[in-house]
Design a protein around this ligand. Sequence first.
Ligand code: ADP
Ligand code: ADP
Length: 228
Amino acid sequence: MLRIRELGKTYANGVHALNDVSLDIPRGMFGLLGPNGAGKSSLMRTLATLQEADHGSVTLDGENGEPIDVLRDKDAVRRQLGYLPQDFGVYPKVSAEDLLEHFAVLKGLTARKQRREVVDALLQQVNLWDARKRKLGTYSGGMRQRFGIAQALLGSPRLVIVDEPTAGLDPEERNRFLNLLAEIGENVAVILSTHIVEDVTDLCPTMAIMNKGQVLLTGEPGVAIEAL
Ligand code: ADP
Ligand code: ADP
């Protein structure tokens, strides 16, 4: 699905966040595991075309099998990608329904009737239908993350990137969120970036472990974690 080669990023403060990262990410549910500061968010932001790399290449399998140059063809990537950033913030005084509709307009869903159908279906999919008229400021952390997933799924992406989505959720909301992600992963490629080992072992058939800007190993969770 994604081919990453020798990706490098050094920030202005001299931190080498990505140290020649090479990684093949298959279709399906992929876990990126690593401690805080490993470089996961830097990698996710680069894949999501929100941050420039210093060097390297990233290729995404396009819809018809044609390769897309992620670092250059940003518009093409954005049409196929959904992203839930680690610091996803919502406007507290707006209802879930209104904000999702607003994001839908930004995504290019201009036909009003079709947009309503998409928004309603997503609110149902993430189980926020009954809470759709509530202001987002009244949502729990888990509800906010589920709203974030609805937002990421607008435009029917082929790849969804979620960065530390369960951090700060209580066990019940975490399970709920991971079950939702597993459902989504049946149809869409998902990259789950997390520092929580169980998020990956519970959910992802393949994974990579990252530390200090480098990929240490990739494989099946059981095998990879044993090898550490
Ligand atoms: P660059 O232009 O190198 O991509 P950014 O614009 O992303 O750097 O960040 C600008 C500055 O913000 C950094 O040099 C740093 O001082 C600060 N900064 C932002 N996020 C972080 C972070 N997570 N850790 C440390 N410093 C940060
Ligand atoms: P992770 O997501 O695994 O916690 P990050 O990609 O956020 O890792 O951070 C990797 C390293 O880069 C850390 O040392 C962090 O402080 C630093 N960093 C992240 N963003 C910036 C930034 N914008 N400017 C400077 N340093 C940053």
